[in-house]
Design a protein around this ligand. Sequence first.
Ligand code: BT5
Length: 254
Amino acid sequence: EIALSGNDVIKRVVYLQSIDSTNKYAKELGHQENFESTLVIAETQTLGRGRLGRTWASGEKQGIWMSLLLKPTIQPTLAARMTLLAAAAVSEAIDAATGLCTFIKWPNDIILDDKKVCGILTEMSAELNHINYLVLGIGINVNQIEFPAEIQEKATSLKNVGGQDYNRLEIVVKFIEIFSKYYRLLIEENDFGTVIEYVVRKSATLDREVDVTAGANKRRVFAKDIDENGNLIVINESGEEEAIFYGEVSVRGI
Ligand code: BT5
């Protein structure tokens, strides 16, 4: 466990060799009264999770498996902003540390070479008017070269694309730096535009047809923009503009 001096956004880092899931661990910390904002990092996970209970392959010590526990003073209805903020920070951190060029697939994936290199899982506990805690779970494939057969086609790592090993600590440090900057802008200056600007510029989703899946319902729409709250603005089947708040967007071809 390491205290981070000089950073008022992330107060400490907990470093673990192996854990079932860093998100689960961070959520347990979040149940303590007056918890400090903490970044939980593990070398391996035995039960890494994606959204909707899906599995996240993270058994190898070659990735960055981390969860950031925070208590953001924003309305729970605006929590989706935090996922995009994390996505922007991860993408920018990877690019800065490696020289590679990642893209953001709304709302929670980072794409490299048309494949998924990182996924984000946001979980929170909230009352009507405030957030008790929020956990941003981030999984980045860094130096693995192989994946389980069922995701081999759609997953990649920084090493697969860049052809070399990358220093994971360097990426984590950059992430802490950039995330803290964006977080302060949002919380202290109510500026989310800077994040949106980055997400739009680096979007793998916009200006193309995407499938929007909500439960069993799947529609093909045209992704036009991302609004100031981080919602995806699409042109629907009837030619009308519509905001997509939640659900799942799959970009064709990715
Ligand atoms: C996500 O879910 O993309 C969120 C992943 C969050 C993982 C982090 S790791 C640290 C923290 N602790 C946790 O337990 N979780 C977080 P979703 O959009 O539902 O995507 C899941 C899908 O991605 C799976 O069903 C697979 O198809 C695919 N997948 C699984 N492992 C992958 C990997 N290592 N790289 C790329 N794709 C993967």
